[in-house]
Write a protein that binds this ligand. Structure first.
Ligand code: ADP
Ligand code: ZN
Ligand code: MG
Length: 483
């Protein structure tokens, strides 16, 4: 029997705003000191009144616009009532039947995954369970932080697609600047609803919700595990129960946590302390106007304009700041460069950014565009390489120094004595030695084997520790061997 998996995702993301959702406390995810950013409002003291954070509302609408949603012209907040020690008010302000955004989609590899809704709510505090202690601690700095929730239709058909959806959504949040959406830091949390049904059956099977997935890898692994588990259980005649399961990353297994609660368990009702919201077309159009170029558009444009490989394009799209650095560097190459040469320079720039600069960034633990090399200096370096003025070994050393000090390539080359062995006589001397030591290769070359010349060039590069350019080695060998 063949089984068809069905997956729907629920994704929470903490919004990047100055203040919390309903009070003036700082929204600072980096605050280490517990219970510093709290006030009577986010602590739920009697008699306090919430005020909605407009910036958070705007950010959610932007996400909705980026995901092709219908934006509500009329919306409201609701109370979701439940008790938990990290929820001081005894209820969470959320949105029930009138979310800010509805009915959108996101395309993954050409397939439209429908989005049911995106709504706005507030985050809870954080419980801390010290190892070995018989008590728990609670930090309310996070209580009341604006939190958006996206819900997809059950349109996803495999684990990899679910992972891709979550990754693309994270990129969109980052491009929009609405959330850092770091899964390891809990700024983005993915819950996966999974069911299976036998091929031919129309109704979807009973779904299970998997929580505590804190990396993209766990999203994919947990869904894969769950599909297999459900198929196995169904095959052996067991019934799948609707429940919430956790994910044990070390064991690579999901485990039962609790039976799923229903919406009516929460006794939702309209939040009486907040007025309903209404939005005019102009308000929404103004937000649409503020949308930046989104990942998919950038993907297409980079492929079209720069003729890069799909892999290179993906590196630049996934690392937004690096992609922008690449574009700035390219724009420094100046007008009037013949097309062929420009293409070569673009390709060289992409290669040096992806294989060398990004390595340096990673080694130094630098994120984003927080590094010293200017696009202009980087472009100069690439031109030096392309003109054959420096070898790739020197280029790497120069780049390393530029990265450390922010100096321009000409100065680095001069100051560090990294310049090539420039005088003709010494290059020729080395070439003669190589020719003498490799009579077989010389003979092969003279009989028309071009690979033999490559070998001799390699020998020269090795003998000079890469301080001459392959072009210079090539020219010198050819002219000596021609005589
Ligand atoms: P609930 O009322 O239990 O919260 P919803 O209908 O709101 O269920 O759906 C919650 C999530 O579960 C959505 O992402 C939805 O796409 C997904 N989902 C619903 N039914 C199924 C199913 N049978 N299999 C997999 N996912 C499902
Ligand atoms: Zn507060
Ligand atoms: Mg639901």
């Amino acid at each position: 029997m063949n089984y068809i998996p069905t997956i729907g995702l629920e994704i929470h993301a903490e919004l990047k705003t100055k203040s919390k959702m309903f009070c003036a406390c700082a929204n600072d995810p980096l605050e280490q000191h517990p219970n510093l950013n709290i006030c009577p409002i986010c602590m739920g003291h009697p008699g306090t009144l919430p005020v909605a954070n407009e910036e958070a509302i705007k950010k959610v609408i932007k996400v909705g616009l980026a995901l092709n949603c219908r934006i509500a012209r009329y919306s409201k907040f609701d109370r979701k009532n439940y008790f938990y020690p990290d929820l001081p008010k005894g209820y969470q302000i959320s949105q029930y039947d009138m979310p800010l955004c509805q009915k959108g989609y996101l395309e993954i590899d050409g397939k439209k995954i429908d989005i049911t809704r995106i709504h706005l709510e507030e985050d809870t505090g954080k419980l801390i369970h010290p190892a070995g202690a018989d008590y728990s601690l609670v930090d309310f700095n996070r209580a009341g932080v604006p939190l958006m929730e996206l819900v997809t239709e059950p349109d996803i058909t495999n684990a990899k697609q679910a992972r891709q959806f979550a990754q693309e959504f994270q990129l969109i949040l980052r491009y929009l600047g609405v959330s850092d959406a770091d899964m390891e830091k809990g700024q983005m949390r993915v819950e996966a609803n999974v069911s299976v049904r036998p091929e031919g059956q129309e109704n979807l099977g009973t779904k299970v919700e998997v929580k505590n997935l804190n990396s993209f890898r766990s999203v994919e692994r947990a869904i894969e595990f769950e599909i297999k588990r459900q198929i196995k259980a169904t095959e052996s005649g067991q019934k799948i129960v609707q429940e919430t399961r956790g994910w044990n990353d070390a064991k690579g297994e999901t485990f039962s946590q609790r039976e799923k609660e229903e919406a009516h368990d929460y006794r939702y009702f309209p939040e009486p302390d907040l007025p309903p919201l209404s939005f005019g077309d102009e308000y929404i159009e103004r937000l649409r106007f503020e949308l930046p170029e989104l990942p998919q558009a950038r993907r297409e444009r980079f492929g079209r304009e720069y003729g890069l490989s799909e892999k290179a394009v993906e590196v630049f799209v996934a690392n937004k700041d690096i992609g922008e650095f690449f574009e700035k560097a390219i724009s420094e190459l100046g007008p009037g460069i013949p097309k062929d040469r420009l293409q070569k320079l673009i390709q060289l720039s992409a290669n040096y950014i992806i294989s060398d600069l990004m390595g340096l960034l990673e080694g130094a633990g630098v994120e984003g565009e927080d590094f010293l090399i200017t696009p202009e200096n980087f472009a100069e370096l690439v031109v030096l390489i392309e003109e054959g003025k420096i070898s790739s070994a020197i280029a790497k050393a120069v780049l390393k120094e530029m990265f450390a000090t922010g100096a321009d390539p000409d100065h680095v080359i001069a100051d560090k004595g990294l310049s090539q062995i420039a005088d003709k006589a010494s290059v020729e001397k080395i070439a003669r030695e190589i020719i003498e030591k490799n009579p077989k290769a010389v003979q092969d070359f003279q009989q028309g084997k071009t690979t033999a010349l490559q070998f001799l060039i390699g020998q020269m590069m090795a003998a000079t520790k890469g301080t001459i350019s392959p072009d210079l080695a090539n020219q010198t060998l050819r002219s000596l061997l021609a005589n």
